[in-house]
Structures are given as structure tokens and as C-alpha cells.
Design a protein around this ligand. Structure first.
Ligand SMILES: [Zn+2]
Ligand SMILES: [Zn+2]
Length: 263
């Protein structure tokens, strides 16, 4: 399986992806907003885009669908409940559905509500898994819930699905927000040396060759996975004096999400 990350260089800092079967050259495009770059990258490499998957229904993820479909005849797939929000959806996805591309690529749909209520992440069936996580999980951060989402659903997605994946899982998010997110981690956890050193590495990174993190690294530097960390909890208590003595991870997550909204 070839993973081609495409930096759009737009104001929203989107990443698009092509997932390619190396045997047949057939490719699946994830959220191909920058249709020109996605089509050109496929053409340059002799790849044929046969599928489009939208992680969710926001415009910066579906905005290139019609151009890519018109140029290639690719089928459009997304969460089954996004059928009214995404024009010309060919196949609605449910949890556990597997998308096959060429002879070698298998991507499993995870039903991951929270950023929106019809969001899928894609997990590759490969020796080292890859997670294409749209706007659910970002490097060092979590998606917002302002546009059709719900924070407690996002917590459930993080705790019951994402945190349970193998630590080796490679993380491929829908946007490049890593530097800003690391600053939020350090605001919440100033003694996080790993986040501090990583920020130095990625602050001016080449987004055409962006660092790819793993779930293990996210658990070190992403405050939304560090819900029982003593510094995170103590700093939260300074902001929310009404927190109970025994604070549960969901409450910590929801308060962090609330703080991040205005940060
Ligand atoms: Zn979104
Ligand atoms: Zn987005």
C-alpha cells in the first residue's frame, strides 16, 4: 500500500491523500479538496483513482468530489448518514465495512462521531496500520464540535476506539495543525518535555514532507489522550474550581475541549 500525502497549501491547511495499490496502480482519494493536485499526482505516477472517500461532510473535505469523479469516474463513499449532505454518494459506509482497492489495499471504516455525527476514520489492514482520521484526531489535538458535532461523542470515539488501536498505528490527519496544537499541550502541561522538543522539530517543517506520528507518540504529546496526567488535571483545577476531588477522564476531556475552543 502506497500512502501519498498531498499538502494543499490552502488557508485551512488541509491534507489530501491518495492510497494506492502498488500492483495495479488503482488509487483511492481521501477528501480530495485540491482536485487539481490530486489528479496531477495520480497522473504523474500512472495511478488511476477509482474511489473517493470523504471522512465527513464539511466542504473542505468534499469540495473536490465532483471534479475528481468527472475526470476519473471514481465512486464516492462516505458515512451512510451523510447521504443527504454529500451529493452523488455511491456507497454509504457503516462500522466494519471494508473498502478494497486493487489487489492489495483494504481499508476498514470506523464509525467515529464527535466532530460531526457522520464521520468515518479509515484503518488500513497492513502490518503497520495506518489511520486516516479526517477531523477527528489531529497531531497533538482533537477536532472541534462546532459544526454538527458533540463533545461527549468525541470523547467516546477517542476512549473506546482510537486509544484502543495498536501503538504503532500511523496517524494521517485531515489538516496540519501540529505546531499550534503542541502549544496548547504545553499550555496545559508545561512540563511535557517531549511536546517541547517536538515543537522545535515541526515548527517550521516542510509540509510537503510532514512528520507522520504514531498513536504511541500521540499518547505522549496529545493532551486529549492524557486525561489522567497529574499536571493536566491540576492545571484544569486552576481554571475550573468546581471540579470534584475525583475527576473522571470524560470530564477532563470535555473541559479541555471547552478550553481549546477559546484558546
Ligand atoms: Zn470538518
Ligand atoms: Zn476539515
Amino acid at each position: 500500500m502506497i500512502v501519498e500525502q498531498i499538502w494543499t497549501a490552502n488557508d485551512y491547511r488541509n491534507f489530501n491523500y491518495l492510497i494506492v495499490c502498488p500492483e495495479t496502480g488503482e488509487a483511492l482519494a481521501i477528501d480530495p479538496l485540491d482536485h487539481e493536485k490530486c489528479l496531477a499526482r495520480a497522473k504523474d505516477n500512472g495511478w488511476t483513482i477509482t474511489h473517493i472517500v470523504n471522512t465527513h461532510e464539511h466542504f473542505d473535505h468534499i469540495g473536490g468530489n465532483s471534479q475528481v469523479a468527472a475526470a476519473t469516474g471514481a465512486k464516492i463513499l462516505a458515512h451512510a448518514n451523510a447521504k443527504d449532505a454529500i451529493p452523488d454518494l455511491d456507497r454509504g459506509l457503516s462500522a466494519g465495512d471494508v473498502i478494497k482497492v486493487g489487489n492489495t489495499v483494504e481499508l476498514e471504516a470506523l464509525d467515529t462521531p464527535g466532530h460531526t455525527m457522520s464521520h468515518v476514520c479509515l484503518l488500513s489492514h497492513t502490518e503497520t496500520p495506518g489511520l486516516f482520521c479526517g477531523d477527528t484526531l489531529f497531531n497533538a489535538g482533537a477536532g472541534n464540535c462546532h459544526h454538527g458535532g458533540h463533545p461527549s461523542e468525541l470523547y467516546d470515539t477517542f476512549s473506546s476506539q482510537l486509544a484502543q488501536l495498536p501503538d504503532t498505528t500511523l496517524i494521517y490527519p485531515g489538516h496540519d495543525y501540529i505546531a499550534n496544537n503542541l502549544r496548547f499541550t504545553l499550555d496545559r502541561e508545561p512540563d511535557n518535555a517531549r511536546a517541547e522538543s517536538l515543537l522545535k522539530d515541526v515548527d517550521d517543517q516542510d509540509t510537503n514532507a510532514a512528520m507522520v506520528s504514531t498513536l504511541a507518540l500521540e499518547k505522549e504529546i496529545n493532551t486529549f489522550f492524557r486525561l489522567t496526567n497529574p499536571t493536566v488535571v491540576a492545571r484544569l483545577r486552576e481554571r475550573f474550581s468546581d471540579l470534584p476531588d475525583e475527576v473522571d477522564p470524560e470530564t477532563v476531556f470535555l473541559k479541555l475541549r471547552e478550553l481549546r475552543n477559546d484558546w
